[in-house]
Structure formats: structure tokens, C-alpha cells
Design a protein around this ligand. Sequence first.
Ligand SMILES: Cc1ncc(C[n+]2csc(CCOP(=O)(O)OP(=O)(O)O)c2C)c(N)n1
Ligand code: SF4
Length: 284
Amino acid sequence: MSRQYTTDATITWCPGCGNFGIKTAYGQAVDKLAGRGVPTERLVMTAGIGQHAKMFDYVTTSGFYSLHGRALATAQGIKIGNPELKVVSFVGDGDSLGEGIAHFVFAAKRNSDITVICHNNGVYALTTGQRAPTSPRGFKGPSTPHGNVEEPLNPLVVALESGATFVARGYSGKLEQLADLIVEGVLHEGFAYIDVLQPCVTFNNLFDHYNENTYDLEEPADSFGAALEVARETEKLATGIIYRRKAPSHEAALLGQRVPARDRPTKAARREQVAGLLKSMEIA
Ligand SMILES: Cc1ncc(C[n+]2csc(CCOP(=O)(O)OP(=O)(O)O)c2C)c(N)n1
Ligand code: SF4
């Protein structure tokens, strides 16, 4: 990431953490977006709570630190208030697929025009390695010392089945591709989900596994069914845009051209509206 987007905060991620790659790719994406008609001042971020969320402290784009699991609720609020902004949410797999899964499903269902970057490390890293919704069966951690007995959630399938109109997977070890996925996600009108394979070197180090078992998907799948098939692959993991379709965004359907942050009626006009409404209901 160019120094321009890096704050002076001391970075407390472990050396080698996959989060560094995501931060670098985001910086590259911010630069590329500036050249594609999205000036940096129009970019806003939200973050959940977790190691991933420290992005908020380390990058200079403006935004809002949310509660655990609430990064997408906050992002949707910002977007409805000012649809001219581009909102990017940095979430963890525990954060968005555990605590915040209802927000995830409904933001995708309504095709909210936000971009979600999920640091998917398969573990609750900030709270020292408990299993997360994406941890595989057999995963051992402080909360599952004898091994996780549950099947993992597949975030790509959840996103697709919930109605996401842009679904991609990146890898923190493939910076250039990840930066391009972020650019495409932000430019996409509607709910864009980018699942990022992010090795946690301390509690779930999958660098070697991902280096050996990821492959580049040249083109998005040509149908919803084909996208689901790619999303369900387990032997080899595709990176790239898996699915993309056009559909009206929630904000466009709800607001049309209106920008509430700019077009707010005055207090007097709002009073008049309420008085008119009460009169029409024969209350006043
Ligand atoms: C309401 C609430 N419940 C629990 C916590 C404790 N907590 C903080 S971070 C975290 C897990 C974060 O895991 P994940 O989202 O996967 O992020 P990572 O740290 O792996 O990046 C939990 C359970 C909290 N801060 N707030
Ligand atoms: S514990 Fe894991 S996720 Fe957290 S900084 Fe260290 S390597 Fe990264």
C-alpha cells in the first residue's frame, strides 16, 4: 500500500499475517479506482470487530468502526444516507458469518450497493483461535480441543443463495488479482461479496495449502448453477470473479435519484408534510 493511504498507527498483526496482503491490495485498488472515476474521498469503509477490523486503524480512507457483526448494517445505513458514496466493509468470517449473518443474508437479498471484503481465516483470531463458522470439521482450538464436529459454512454458497449479484474469491497471496477484484466489486452496482483466503499464521496457517490448491478462474461462471458448482469445489479453490449479474440496487429502487444527505427537506417543510398527512387521516 502506498504510504499515502497508511496511517501512523503501529501495526500489531503478527509478521506474515495474510491481513498485510489485503491491506496492500486495498491500497492498490484505491489508486486504481481513482483512475476509474471513484475519487478516494468518495470511498468510505466500515469494519467489524476482529484482527481484520484493524484495517480501520491502518488505512486513511474515512469510515466507521462498527460493533461486532454490524459492519454491513452500518454500511447499508451510510449508503442509504448518501448513495453517491462507495462503501466497502471489511469483515471477518466469524464477524459476518457468525454474529452478523442475518445482516449478510439480508444485505445480499436486497442487493444493497456495498462491497464486502471478508478476511476468511477460518478462525476467531482476535480472541485467540476459537473455531469459526468456516472452520473445517476436525479443527482444534480452545473451544474445540477434541476437534470441531460441525461442517463448515461455505460463504460463497451463502452469498449466492442469498441473492448477491457479484461473488468473487481472492487470496491474500495473489495481490494483483485481489486488487482487481476489489476494483470490480466497488464498481459493481449491487451487493458485491469478495471472500479472501487469509492465512492466520498463528492459529490457522494455510499458506502452503492455498499456494498449492488455488487456481485462477479465467471467466465468471456462465450461469447461477455453474457458479454454485465452482463455489462448492473443495479439492481446488477457484480465485477470481465467480458470478456477476445486473440487477437494480436496493438504493436505486428505494431512492431513485434522491440523495437524502443532500436533498433533506427543511424542518418547516417536514412539519408541513406531517401536518398534511395528519389532516388527510383526519387526525388533526
Ligand atoms: C458482541 C460481541 N461478542 C463477542 C465479542 C468478542 N470478539 C471480539 S473479536 C471476535 C471474533 C473475531 O473473529 P473474526 O470475525 O473471524 O475476525 P478475526 O479476528 O479472525 O479477523 C469475538 C468473538 C465482541 N467484541 N463483541
Ligand atoms: S493472530 Fe492470526 S489473524 Fe491475528 S494478526 Fe496474527 S496471524 Fe493475523
